[in-house]
Design a binder for this molecule. Sequence first.
Ligand code: ADP
Ligand code: MG
Length: 297
Amino acid sequence: MTTIAKKLRGKGIAHEPGAPTLTLENVTVAYVSGASSRALRRVNGTAETPHALENITFEVFRGERVAIVGPNGAGKSTLLKLIAGVLRPTEGEVRVFGHGPAGHICIGYVPQRSQIDWSFPVTVEDVVMMGRVGQIGLFRWPRRQDWAVVRQALARVNASHLAGKQIGELSGGQQQRVFIARALAQEAELLLLDEPLAGLDAPSREAIFQILDSLRPDGVTVLMATHDLNVAAERFERVMLLNRRVVALGPGTAVLTPDHLLQAYGGHVQFMGEGANTMILADTCCDHGELPLNKRG
Ligand code: ADP
Ligand code: MG
């Protein structure tokens, strides 16, 4: 059996004992094939390079919840794709539990809604079953226990009643919950969510946080890209402020300072009021045109 076939038929890559959930070391991404950062610098003749991400280094540990914020084009989706193994770094290294992301079945990736073809004719339970492929192995049929896992995952996100529906028929909040159910069925230990809150009403957002809270006892690690600075500060242990580079990474109160926000958002951020009552208004929009507000206190 080839190595690839072994990986597909097996249970993914074994985790290195004691390794952090996620490690990025000096990661740079250029959407120009075959171009290293040195080559790009030579072409441009300046330090400015058309990198989506530049020199990103950080670690995330088991069970942590990290929000990724930054203006449009900051590289949030690129970062999540790198960690999901959808994209390879131009330079540097990404390690999940001590190994490259390829071959891991423990990474649950929920792409930005605008990147999914919602007209694809597939039912909700089939979408969730796709999460089982790594556990079942390709070219094998799901067994009764796999269908039981799918049903449990749908129940956990309160979507059992949607099982037979076409994915395109659902509301935005329901679609996000179904994709989270797919990650649950996959038994993901690292959950990557790309703007799952965009366009959702308050109850749908709350439903997603309830699901994430229910994953805490299992030690599931969550990285979520969001435009909502308020949510980032209040609901996550750490916030990464990104603009091609990591501007700051740490607790929300330490990261979302006027100085850091000006570095990341430039003129697209306004401060209203003073001290603990400062309101931060970032006029950068997500898929659904929200204006994120943050009240610092
Ligand atoms: P964000 O999610 O923070 O809005 P992205 O990761 O989508 O940022 O994009 C980062 C940068 O990379 C942007 O300048 C964007 O135009 C560019 N980019 C993203 N995807 C591609 C692609 N497939 N080809 C070329 N450039 C891309
Ligand atoms: Mg994005």
